[in-house]
Design a protein around this ligand. Structure first.
Ligand code: CUA
Length: 357
């Protein structure tokens, strides 16, 4: 709870300094139709709480003074029932709680209803990155890896003033999809779909967080949502727009696939960065690797085998196979591109080299 509040506050403060519309010191920008509803209910609960806190503190101090023991021999009179008072202190909180419930339930229903003109977005969480795709648009936004910090940031795009429905699922553990500026958050579960619908109302760039502790790099599971104006969205829809397209002819194809298939969640690609889940890949190509089946040279064939049949020859120190098998999941072209990318790590020219001689 404290962590979330701190994160929320940090987000609010960063928005405040950017001078974005609707942001206050306490709250980030209201960038969706849902945001104002959440904030109104929040304010209501806050002010009800402040009112009763002040009332109770004043009464406590007043009664403590008024009914203080005035002499050592003074005794309290026996307590009696006061029906009206007892009825009031039960009835008033009940009414307030029912109002909060009804208010919250009506907002929750709005969050769960999908209008027919909603844009469908699918978000998949995987330790530790988001992949966000558009089933109607044939586009997929994959994470960008910062090799030095291990942070993976996925940027995706939405049109302003059009409702979007996000369908959430997880490849592994429970994550949580949270866009503070939209005031919308939902747990992301393995083996079950969840989701919500909101309408972005303010163009701009907003943060997407994972709000459920999901392992070592939870805090590095980052995202951005860019809410585009109508003209900008029309541009995004053009076939030629490169955003959220994996171009199999681009030189960074392998790097994109490496991020897309979640390899970066476990294997570090930066020099000297320790890895907890899987062996680091920086500069390994062409070198000897100690495995449970003896020493091997990390050449194309060994990389290929390790991707397709992860458990066959495991690097020493990583006895348990946590990596999923990619048998039948990657095309030859994809495999080649990923291997080329790994071979480029630690090479100044980043070009593929033949290590099969
Ligand atoms: Cu994913 Cu925390």
């Amino acid at each position: 709870m404290m962590g979330l509040s701190a994160l929320w506050l940090a987000d609010a403060a960063s928005n405040f300094s950017d001078d974005m519309s609707g942001a206050t010191f306490w709250m980030p920008t209201q960038a969706s139709d849902f945001a104002a509803k959440v904030d109104s209910l929040w304010d209501f609960i806050l002010w009800v709480s402040i009112f009763f806190f002040v009332l109770l503190m004043v009464l406590t101090v007043r009664f403590a003074w008024k009914y203080r023991q005035r002499s050592p021999t003074q005794r309290t009179s026996p307590a009696k029932h006061h029906f009206k008072l007892e009825f009031l202190w039960s009835a008033v909180p009940t009414v307030i709680l029912v109002v909060i419930f009804a208010w919250g339930f009506s907002d929750y229903t709005a969050l769960s209803a999908t209008p027919s003109n909603a844009l469908n977005v699918r978000a998949v969480g995987k330790q530790w990155a988001w992949t966000i795709s558009y089933p109607q648009l044939d586009r997929e936004c994959t994470p960008t890896l910062d090799p030095d910090t291990g942070t993976q940031t996925t940027t995706f795009y939405l049109p302003v003033n059009q409702p979007f429905t996000v369908q959430l699922s997880s490849d592994d553990v429970v994550h949580s999809f949270w866009i503070p500026a939209f005031r919308a958050k939902k747990d992301v579960l393995p083996n079950r779909y969840t989701g919500f619908t909101v309408t972005p109302t303010e163009p701009g760039e907003y943060n997407l967080y994972c709000a459920e502790y999901c392992g070592t790099n939870h805090s590095r599971m980052q995202g951005k949502v860019e809410v585009l104006t109508e003209e900008e969205w029309a541009e995004f829809l053009l076939k030629s727009d490169p955003r959220c397209v994996i171009d199999s002819n681009a030189p960074n194809y392998g790097e994109k696939l490496f991020a897309k298939y979640g390899c970066a969640g476990c294997h570090s690609v930066a020099e000297g960065r320790p890895t907890v889940v899987g062996p680091g890949l920086y500069g390994i190509v062409g070198h000897e690797v100690e495995t449970d089946q003896g020493t091997v040279i990390a050449d194309d064939d060994y990389l290929r085998e390790s991707i397709v049949f992860a458990g066959k020859r495991i690097v020493k120190g990583f006895e348990t196979v946590k990596m999923p098998s990619f048998e039948g999941r990657l095309s030859e072209k994809e495999l080649g591109a990923i291997i080329d990318y790994i071979k480029g790590l630690g090479k100044t020219d980043h070009g593929p080299t033949n290590t099969n001689e």
